[in-house]
Design a protein around this ligand. Structure first.
Ligand code: BGC
Length: 791
């Protein structure tokens, strides 16, 4: 019905000269669009769900059951119009008569996600798996992250994609968050700065990004319907802050709204979020798209300023047409949404007619991936200089993931890469002698276990991990033959489910047995044991860390994993990563432990729901602004490894910390000298924490307000670093006044190499309060929240 009347309109107007995108003004193009055309432009072309067979010709696509929840049928055009890039996540509708092309969007945060093979085509379309976001953030190096973005964006462009559905920057609210590997940090300054850096790099290729998921999407359980109950202050200071930093510093082409509700309303239907804050307060120039099938009311989404609905289906377009006709949606609002989309289409490679090669520089990008991976690994423990391990040593390599390393997480964060270098391959490549009999036992064991594994059920349910092999009968022999042992502990997760405590956050009994068995046998012979953590999110470490000599947190390091780990183990790269997320002593220490993932609410009669969709539920962010180190430091809870922590093979000394003035006048600078006082070249991350006066409102003990990484300093070499603080860095959000205010009083500037390793504290005074920004009351909770207070 809709399609035929759309065709008639086109036909009637075809006879007159029609304005063309790029040749005529946007206003002329929009004025020439019919209501039906507008309604198609703001709704995507549908989605071929992975694993769902195409409908028969002429048949309407069926609704898809995913995770127990029925998704609406896709747009038939998704199947009928040939895809420009197979495996991409979505496209917009073309309107050929106005010169408007369809643009293509594709995941995801650690590499371009497209189909690697195509029917009747011998070529391959593999993409580089870069290290996951959690690793990149641990580099604390925005110029490195920008370099990754430059390489990444080349693949987006050369494979014909217009907009990458990444980066993702939700806050690590809880270690069990299933998508934490896709996200950067528990701290919004790190999250926002890393996002801005990678966006600049990607977009320097003339392609776009979609920073996601805006906002407060911090869990996977019930992700499509959970109502997040949170104060405006926690939103502004934590969950929106990174987005505001990234938008202002890098103008991503698009923002992706999140699935969840905030204080009773879907984020994609909240005008305060999508229009007032994002576009008006922060000056965002691009367009907002929904997450896939996010929200439920197309008209409310249009009215909120959520410009594009993805992946889109014809019912949404019909609802929009009807709403304009009966006055529920103004033409002015619809035009505003259309205009934002057209402005981005104008910049797109597709519109510009870019002839993509399908041949990105994969070899060069693998080198970038390896280099970045080594820069973001964090050395957590190194007793008696166990590491670096001299090349040529005989190593007994334990743990399934040493052989089957995890390059990155699952779901839309996964990448179809050509290969992954395992740890044993990396060690062999570096010149270590890997114990062969042990390696063979592992490869046989893993092959046998894989053959028995259930197949992947659907996109969201990867096969379960293979339990660790029992090595009791062989470990003594290995301790005799090898010079040292390496044990890899691996974890994987991804969208659709949060992680579990048992056998995930906590080590399994088999893993504990493996660590103990290997440590006892090797220590009995005076030999060292190193654990590699091949994980995407935080696990428990405090109960077992003392039984080993070294721990290297390798995260999920991308396709060059084994080579990058060997680079750090051998000392070819001196580790310089620092934690951008806290490792607590135990899970109950986590401030959101009692409020994660919230509670299920009663279902409506006849309602269907699965683990992530459709089930009414709510989560209260009772910890308020006290997330991560903001909590541990304010409430004096000792973590296992604190935010900002990470060792090096050399030592550094911070000195000459000087403030430009004892009084704050508009801005203030802090100058710091860092010296390499050890015997190996290395890099150090200097961190600036600020303690603000808290007479009027509760404030965290300290907050990260600046960070910088030195260049590679030779032994004895020093470098000066300069940090500038602006009034906005001093401000907290006053909900009752809708103002960001820097309170008068004494501010302590703490310069250190972790949140708990402060080398020097200096103070300055602010004579009078400064209102740094005035806002409007937004996001107001519908119910009172008994927020945690530090009084
Ligand atoms: C994810 C997004 C992703 C989109 C398209 C959704 O399920 O939440 O992060 O970009 O799918 O694949």
């Amino acid at each position: 019905m809709l399609i035929s009347c759309f065709q008639l309109t086109v036909h009637a107007q075809d006879k007159k000269p029609v304005p063309q995108l790029g040749k005529n003004s946007l206003k002329q193009v929009i004025d020439a669009m019919t209501l039906q055309e507008k309604s198609k432009l703001v709704v995507g072309m549908g989605f071929k769900m992975p694993g769902v067979p195409a409908p028969k010709k002429g048949e309407k696509p069926k609704s898809v059951d995913i995770g127990g929840f029925k998704l609406p049928p896709s747009d038939p055009e998704a199947y009928e119009v040939p895809e420009k890039v197979p495996g991409a996540a979505g496209r917009t509708h073309a309107i050929p008569r106005l010169g408007i092309p369809s643009i293509t969007v594709s995941d995801g945060p650690a590499g371009l996600r497209i189909e690697p093979k195509r029917p009747n085509d011998t070529k391959t379309y593999y993409a580089t798996a870069f290290p996951v976001a959690t690793l990149l953030a641990s580099s604390w190096d925005t110029s490195l992250v920008k370099k990754v973005g430059v390489a990444f964006g080349n693949e987006v462009r050369e494979y014909g994609v217009d907009i990458l559905l990444a980066p993702a920057l939700n806050i690590h609210r809880n270690p069990l968050g299933g998508r934490n590997f896709e996200y950067y940090s528990e701290d919004p300054l790190i999250a926002g700065s890393m996002t801005a850096a990678i966006v600049k790099g990607i977009q320097s290729n003339g392609v776009g990004t979609s920073i996601k998921h805006y906002a407060a999407n911090n869990q996977e359980t019930n992700r499509n319907s959970v109502n997040t109950i949170v104060t405006e202050r926690a939103m502004r200071e934590l969950y929106l802050k990174g987005f505001s930093i990234a938008v202002k510093a890098s103008q991503p082409w698009t923002v992706m709204s999140s699935y969840n509700k905030v204080n009773g309303t879907y984020t994609s239907e909240r005008r305060d979020l999508q229009t007032d804050i994002l576009k008006r307060e922060w000056g965002f120039k691009g367009f907002v798209m929904t997450d896939w099938f996010g929200g439920h009311d197309a008209v409310a989404q249009m009215n909120a300023g959520n410009d594009l609905l993805m992946p889109g289906n014809p019912d949404q377009s019909e609802a929009i047409v009807a709403a304009v006709k009966d006055g529920k949606l103004s033409m002015q609002q619809l035009d505003a949404n259309v205009e934002r989309i057209l402005k981005i289409i104008l910049k797109s490679p597709t519109f510009r007619g870019y002839k993509f090669s399908d041949k990105p520089a994969l070899k060069a990008h693998a080198k970038v991936s390896r280099m970045a991976a080594a820069q973001g690994m964090v050395l957590l423990r190194n007793d008696s200089e166990t590491l670096p391990l001299t090349i040529g040593k005989r190593i007994a390599v334990f743990g399934n993931t040493s052989y089957n390393i995890i390059a990155g997480g699952t779901g839309s964060g996964d990448v179809n890469k050509a290969y992954t270098v395992s740890l044993v391959q990396g060690l062999n490549n570096a010149g270590y002698k890997v114990q062969e009999t042990l390696s063979k036992s592992y490869t046989d064991y893993i092959a046998g276990a894989k053959a028995k594994q259930p197949k992947q059920v659907n996109f969201f349910t990867p096969p379960p991990p293979i339990p660790e092999m029992d090595v009791n009968s062989i470990v003594v022999n290995e301790a005799d033959g090898a010079d040292a042992a390496i044990i890899t502990i691996g974890r994987n997760a991804g969208e659709g489910a949060d992680r579990k405590l048992e056998n995930d956050y906590y080590l399994s009994d088999a893993e504990k047995g493996l660590i103990n068995g290997v440590a006892n046998a090797f220590h009995a012979k005076g030999k060292k044991v190193v654990v590699i953590l091949n994980i995407g999110g935080v696990i428990e470490v405090a109960s077992w860390r003392d039984s080993v000599d070294g721990i290297l947190l390798a995260w999920q390091p991308g396709l060059e994993a084994g080579n990058a780990i060997a680079d750090v183990l051998s000392g070819k790269v001196n580790p310089s990563g620092k934690l951008a997320t806290t490792f607590p002593v135990d899970y109950p220490d986590v401030p959101s432990a009692k409020n994660f993932p919230g509670k299920d609410l009663p279902m409506e009669p006849g309602q269907t729901a699965g683990p992530m969709m459709g089930r009414p539920s709510e989560v209260v962010y009772q910890e308020g602004i006290y997330v991560g180190y903001r909590y541990y430091d304010s409430f004096k809870v000792k973590p296992a490894y604190e935010f900002g922590y990470g060792l090096s093979y050399t030592q550094f000394k911070i000195s000459d910390v000087k403030l430009s003035s004892p009084d704050f006048k508009g801005s203030i600078t802090v100058k710091v000298s860092v010296k390499n006082t050890g015997f190996l070249s290395g890099k150090e991350v200097v961190q600036l924490y600020l303690s603000a006066p808290a007479q009027n409102i509760d404030k965290p003990e300290q907050e990260l307000k600046g960070f910088a990484k030195t260049g590679l300093l030779a032994p004895g070499q020093s470098q000066f670093l300069v940090f500038t603080l602006h009034a906005s860095d001093l401000a907290s959000f006053y909900t009752d006044k809708s103002e960001w205010i820097a309170d008068a009083g004494e501010y302590k500037v703490k310069i250190g190499t972790s949140s708990r390793d402060i080398a020097k504290t200096v103070s300055f005074n602010l004579a009078n309060d400064i209102v740094t920004e005035k806002t409007h009351a937004s996001l107001t909770p519908e119910v009172p929240i008994n927020e945690l207070q530090n009084k």
